[in-house]
Design a protein around this ligand. Sequence first.
Ligand code: AMP
Length: 362
Amino acid sequence: MTDTLQPLAPGATIGILGGGQLGRMLATAAARLGFHAHVYDPDPAAPARETALHHTAAPYDDEAALRRFAGAVDVVTYEFENIPPAALDAIERLAPIRPSRRSLVITRDRLKEKAFLEESGLAVAPHAPVEDMATLEEAVRRIGLPAILKTRELGYDGKGQARITTPEELAPCWEAVGRVPAVLEAVVPFEKEISVVIARGGDGTTAAFDPAENLHEGGILRLSKVPAAIAPDLADRARAMAARVAEALGHVGVLAVEMFVTQSGLVVNEIAPRVHNSGHWTEAVCPIDQFEQHIRAIAGWPLGRGERIADAEMVNLLGEEVLEAPRLSRDPHLRIHLYGKSEIRPDRKMGHHTRIVPWSRG
Ligand code: AMP
């Protein structure tokens, strides 16, 4: 599946749905390549407002605002997958959306995503659909306990999830996820978690970054490091799996595939059809980072190779940890990146830092 694009000329405008930290970093990368960024985010204080030339602050159901936005840009991309389909309908008539709707439709729903992965020949956790208490009980009979109940849509950073260990927890967990369509997943006995961030161009070429090893705390990413402590052939397999996902989606842009490393091989946890927190280290040690790769792909420019020039360890700054930034900056090997969020909330992603570990010159 190819989407051969006329390369956008510098001076063109890139529309970005979502003005959080990912939108902010995409807008910065766009500006570095001579593009203008126009961010669409309901929040007038969205982090990307500082790095984008234009900001439409309107809700995602404001058709007139969406149409004005789409009419003012050359291509539309996004920083999150939960965009209401009606918003895409309004935009699609006026501007191309890259990555395409197929990538969004499949990855915003955990059940569709798992079916797609299995059809693509990739392993996923044993799982069963849940619609109500009766189907939850049936799913537990099939999957066993412990298991994790996850909402099909709108989950992120461990939200919309509940771990079930005993039958008594079924009803409270069903309440906890909000009694909405869900998936029950077996708990995967993983040794490590890794992710591969990969870019795919409209001409079908792909470029994967090295797999990162990720540590989560309470469902939130805490740390990503490269290289991941895994055998080289496993790293190659992980890259090949990410390429298969990108190809099967006909994806144009960057995507991330999160995987569990288990004794019997790699199991895919989930796909994010966009730049990803576990790829933030690329800005510190890759001449062409995930944000530039994404902009290149959606602008119809050739991709960079995704190579890196040092090892790296990225740590998220959550909540009040951001106040440590001036002290952290005394360390000359830390690259600090803050998102300009005015309100500090517990566990809110406020920034990150990446330790750059140069390869020794032997
Ligand atoms: P998710 O939002 O699905 O990425 O889940 C967040 C984190 O919860 C993952 O990165 C894992 O650390 C953990 N987790 C999610 N699903 C499973 C599972 N099926 N088995 C074991 N751990 C899981």
